[in-house]
Each structure stands twice: as C-alpha cells, then as structure tokens.
Design a protein. Structure first.
Length: 243
C-alpha cells in the first residue's frame, strides 16, 4: 500500500526581478516553509522573475509527498526534489494538479539525491504538487513559478563530498538561473550571491539532510554557490530560465 503524506505548504506570492533581494529564512526544523521576497522593480517586460513558491518536507519515510502551490500568473513551473532514499529509490513522477512535469536533471549521490522537474504553462490558482518515488524515502521539495519564463537551457549538476560547492550555469541577460541543493547531516549552507527561495531540514542524526533552492539573475556565466559547515556529502542541480 502506497504511504502518502499531505503537507500544505504556506505560500507567499513574490517577485524577484533580475537581482538579489532578501528572503525570510525559516526555522531549520520546520515541517513546512514559506517566504516573502522583497519586490524589485522590473527592468523590462521580458525580464524573468519569480511569481510564487512553496515548499514542504517529511521526516518519515514515504513514497509520496504532496503540497499546495498557488500559481498567480507564472508561465513556467520548476520543482526541486531533495531526498534521502531508503534504498535505490528514485523520483518517477512529479505532477502539478493533473499535469505531468518533465525531468530536467537527476543526480544520484552516495546517500542523498537531487532532481529538478519543470512544466511550461502551468495552470493558475491553487494546485497540488505531487512527488512520487519508486520506493520509500525522506523527501524535501520546493516549487517555484516564473513570469515570462519561455525556455530552459544550460543544464548542470554536481555531487560529491566537499565544503564549498560551486556550480556554473550558462544563462542570458533578462533570464534567471534556478538551483536545487541537498546537503549532509551537519550542513547549514549559507547562500552566496543568489537569493534563497526555500530552505529546511529533515531527519536527525546520521539521516539529517538539508534541502534548499535559490535563484540568481541570468548572465553568460552564473555561479551558484553553497558553503557547508564542513566537508559534507551534497548534490546540486541548476539550469537557466529564459524569456
């Protein structure tokens, strides 16, 4: 029998337009997260910016995580999935409402994995983000919608065991780069240069896992940087959202 957990993640519509702004950072052990990002003035109608976001996690081992995202008027949905599988579990499906997302990247680390999925023209309004694993695991996830997001490109990923993590993505001016990060048990990553959209932890002891996502203004070369407290296991994916 499929075990499922439904977590309604709090949501705050937000705007990030071509630059770094402040985000509320939740308590590390919260079971659901929300954050308000201070609006910045748009530079042009074609500039990509964050429309809305939500996140959730479960500390128990399940096959399905579901939470609510209210898409105000986003043109592109990105879902990051950061999880610690019980065995060889992988993400086989991500839905927004009844629409099926496409996979952008999948990183299988030693004990912690990272996926990114996306959906063009997501339905507006409140819909459920559903993450389905092939077998049980502890899951964190964040969903972000982007205004003026027309295409995706520059897919990149990395994993290993180090303290300072840097992933370089090729983007364009007027776009944004979005990433998904999962770290080890003693990690408390401090975002470096990008805007943190969601962040949290699940598990305890050897199973403690950090999950997070951030964005940064697009350019020809964009570094997405996370610095952990120590040399820890991690996996990170990122790509460009273009107007």
């Amino acid at each position: 029998m499929v075990t499922s957990l439904l977590l309604a993640a709090s949501l705050h519509a937000s705007t990030i337009r071509g630059g770094v702004s402040q985000v509320w950072r939740p308590m590390p052990h919260g079971s659901s997260m929300w954050g308000g990002i201070r609006p910045k003035a748009a530079t042009s109608a074609a500039t990509v910016w964050v429309d809305s976001y939500a996140s959730a996690m479960t500390a128990s081992s399940v096959k399905t995580l579901a939470y609510t995202l209210n898409n105000v008027a986003g043109d592109l949905l990105v879902v990051g999935v950061e999880y610690k599988p019980a065995a060889t579990s992988t993400v086989w499906q991500v839905l927004y409402g009844t629409a099926t997302c496409s996979i952008a990247s999948s990183v299988v680390g030693a004990t912690r994995n990272n996926d990114m999925w996306y959906l063009a023209h997501p339905p507006t309004g409140s819909n459920t983000v559903t993450v389905n694993l092939t077998s049980n695991g502890m899951i964190g996830s964040g969903a972000i919608t982007f205004r003026n997001g027309a295409t995706v490109s520059g897919f990149a990923s990395t994993f290993g065991t180090i303290q300072a993590v840097t992933l370089t993505v090729t983007g364009i001016a007027g776009g944004m780069v979005v990433d998904s990060f999962v770290g080890g048990k003693t990690s408390d990553p401090a975002v470096c240069g990008q805007t943190q959209v969601y962040y949290g932890t699940f598990g305890s002891g050897a199973n403690k896992t950090v999950y997070a996502g951030s964005v940064k203004a697009g350019a020809a070369s964009v570094n997405m940087v996370w610095t952990q407290n120590a040399s820890e296991e991690y996996a990170e994916s990122a790509f460009a959202v273009n107007p």
